[in-house]
Design a protein around this ligand. Structure first.
Ligand code: GLA
Length: 430
């Protein structure tokens, strides 16, 4: 098992006003190593030319508000200090190249308009491969006038793909940031809000995942030492103190990967919509389940389809848990806050039916360890990771016990790592 990783000190973002819309920070030793590998690979793959610039966008873990964003509820995610690294440089004649150290498929094409239109290989539909995400962003950068020439992007980093840590939002936000930085002053008016918009449009409009607003907001707008309180009804956002010295955030990777575009996630979104229209047929009165009184659900529950009733049980109980979680956090009652994660997992398992035997075992093992306050699957589910919260100090023992218990049942090691929050997307200055 890899040892718990506390190596990275989060660099404070430099004053964004001094650097335009794109914040920058000095790279840590771990980042320098990854960045060095990326730069070497960039030179090998893309050949001579100007030195590329380096960008980082974190992944995220969501603690409370599971499957609430597309139901209009509040969510409580935070960025983690693992993410997508991108080496980027401008290219001539509308040429676009997208490659990754983590995936074999590569994209090469030309922007579809202007002088470069001839011979364009610009796809009009998603291909089902990883580069759909950056392509979805580039399509918008181009319509926003940020991509007059072309661009060469090499992706890498230390965020597992499809593990529920928001690799897709990390790739999309990182692409938006890199293109904006390369465009320089032409990209005036950009920044985190635009990265979020471009990432959402890429996922919903191009890739075809009906995701909520949580992931790109968590990636683009988190602050170190805080949880984000994002109210998905109106998009308002607060940073709630969540001091790294008082809490350990562990992430256990089941090793099972899933593809959100493959349908199970969209099916949950459709079921939530179906329940909404059953409970409130008038779209003007409620556009999401958050706007339906929970009493109405309770009154109707025995008369509605059993599957939709289970989905509703999760959504309405998770709304109550998430508001309670905020109160507990504000009162410094961290152990009780952590306990709510375990109740959330149970509801995701029984009512929302997005867990797997591997995730259930990781949660069971985690909560059996002294010092662990609670645990749940993170992200959409169907595979991926669990998150645990506990008191700092016992990370090595907790990690070892979970890994041993998991290996005894499934015959392989889960990844167990402890994370700190992250300062958000930035240019890396080596
Ligand atoms: C995925 C989606 C998010 C959110 C979570 C579940 O990560 O992209 O929008 O719905 O699942 O909370």
């Amino acid at each position: 098992m890899p040892p718990p990783d506390h190596s990275r000190a989060v660099p404070p973002p430099a004053d964004p006003r001094a650097l335009g819309a794109v914040p920058a920070g000095a790279a840590s030793a771990h980042e320098r190593q990854l960045a060095g590998e990326l730069l070497r690979a960039f030179a090998e793959r893309f050949g001579p030319g100007p030195k590329p610039r380096l960008f980082f966008a974190p992944g995220r873990v969501n603690l409370m508000g599971a499957h609430l964003d597309y139901n209009g509820g509040p969510v409580m995610p935070t960025a983690i200090d693992r993410g997508t690294f991108i080496a980027a440089r401008s290219a001539a004649a509308g040429r676009v190249r997208l490659e990754s150290l983590l995936e074999a498929a590569r994209f090469e094409g030309r922007l579809p308009t202007g002088a470069a239109a001839e011979g364009s290989a610009w796809p009009s539909a998603a291909s089902g491969r990883w580069f759909d995400y950056p392509l979805g962003v580039l399509r918008q950068s181009q319509s926003a006038g940020q991509l007059d020439g072309g661009v060469e992007l090499l992706f890498g980093g230390n965020l597992p793909i499809g593990a529920g840590l928001s690799s897709s939002a990390s790739i999309c936000v990182g692409t938006a940031l890199a293109v904006e930085a390369l465009a320089g002053p032409a990209a005036a008016g950009g920044g985190p809000e635009r990265w979020v918009e471009q990432a959402l449009e890429a996922e919903r409009g191009f890739v075809g995942v009906r995701c909520g607003i949580m992931d790109p907001n968590a990636v683009a707008r988190s602050r170190a030492g805080h949880l984000l309180w994002l109210d998905c009804l109106d998009g308002s956002l607060e940073h709630l103190p969540f001091p790294g010295a008082e809490v350990a955030i562990g992430i256990c990777d089941s090793g099972v990967r899933r593809d959100l575009a493959a349908g199970a996630f969209n099916q949950r979104v459709a079921e939530a919509q179906a329940l909404l229209r059953l409970l409130e047929p008038d779209e003007r009165r409620a556009r999401c389940l958050r706007q339906v009184p929970s009493e109405r659900f309770e009154a109707e529950r025995d008369r509605i389809d059993a599957l939709l009733a289970r989905r509703g049980s999760h959504v309405f109980s998770e709304l109550a848990r998430t508001f309670r979680a905020r109160e507990l956090l504000g009162a410094g009652r961290l152990a009780e806050f952590g306990g709510l994660l375990t109740s959330t997992h149970e509801s995701l398992r029984v009512n929302y039916e997005v867990s797997t035997p591997e995730l259930d075992l990781l949660v069971e093992l985690a909560v059996a360890q002294p010092g662990v306050w609670g645990s749940r699957l993170t992200g959409a589910g169907f595979g991926g990771c669990t998150v645990l919260l506990g008191a700092p100090g016992g990370e090595a023992e907790i990690g070892a016990a979970i890994a041993a218990g998991f290996a005894a049942r499934f015959g392989r090691q889960p990844g167990v790592r402890f994370y700190r929050g992250d300062a958000g997307p930035r240019e890396l200055l080596l």
